[in-house]
Design a protein around this ligand. Structure first.
Ligand SMILES: [Zn+2]
Length: 250
């Protein structure tokens, strides 16, 4: 995708809502894209669906404390990227299953914040074992196509919220991308944002973290982004983009 085509995905003044399962999903998959969107004049907000309370190998860890730590880390990472608004829905980590209640909450946030663009995990990623990723993507996708239809959660509309149709949805952690975002200039910001999720680094890089060797962690992260880029010398993040219609993507 050329730069010109790529630019058409967003424009200055766009409002972007990222709906993620866990604190850190957005930084890992689309941190560079978010940094670039903010630099190019978009406003970005996050919805984090689960509380992240099981993200540890330590059986003695207190789930409440871990969840608080992860919120702090998420706020710090969002600050690095320039994300302006954060919503935490606090569903228990690892136990996310589809529910009309979650869909209703997401529709309310979409009707309140009025994003042009919704970004979420690709619910149709083959072999995704983690229910939180599948379900977050599915509920966010359903909310995106129904938020503009007034008879879905009519009470919200009757109490003053206007139906709202986002123009586009961009799915990340996708198997069949159709948009590749050049993040070369924003790579270091992405790495810096991931590094804010300190409690999670020891899950992926236990030895380097034990030694306090964070420079090596940064190097490993750069390697992962490079490997996932598969696009010559540029660093890219991959997305699956759809337009949003009434009840469907197209
Ligand atoms: Zn996750």
């Amino acid at each position: 995708m050329s730069r010109t085509e790529e630019k058409q995905i967003w424009k200055t003044g766009d409002r972007v809502l990222v709906i993620q399962a866990h604190p850190d999903d957005a930084e890992y998959f689309i941190g560079g894209t978010i940094a670039r969107m903010v630099t190019e004049g978009c406003t970005v907000g996050y919805v984090t669906i689960t509380d992240g309370s099981k993200g540890t190998f330590d059986i003695n860890a207190d789930p409440k404390t871990l969840s608080e730590t992860r919120k702090k880390e998420q706020r710090a990472a969002a600050d690095v990227l320039g994300v302006s608004e954060l919503f935490f829905l606090d569903y228990p980590d690892g136990d996310l299953y589809p529910s009309l209640e979650l869909r209703e909450k997401l529709i309310k946030i979409i009707r309140t914040t009025k994003p042009n663009i919704v970004m979420t995990l690709d619910a149709w990623l083959p072999y995704e074992a983690h229910p939180d990723h599948r379900v977050a993507g599915l509920m966010a996708s359903e909310a995106t196509v129904f938020a503009g239809m007034p008879n879905f959660y009519k009470e919200q509309v009757l109490s003053g919220l206007k139906p709202h149709v986002p123009e586009k949805i961009l799915l990340f952690a996708t198997y069949s991308p159709n948009a590749f975002i050049d993040i070369t200039k924003f790579l270091e910001k992405k790495i810096e944002a991931i590094m804010k999720h300190e409690s999670q680094l020891s899950l992926s890089f236990p030895n380097f973290v034990k030694e306090g060797n964070f420079e090596e962690v940064r190097k490993e992260l750069r390697k992962i982004v490079r490997r996932e880029s598969k696009k010559g010398k540029k660093y890219v993040e991959s997305l699956k983009m759809f337009r949003v219609g009434a009840g469907h993507f197209y």
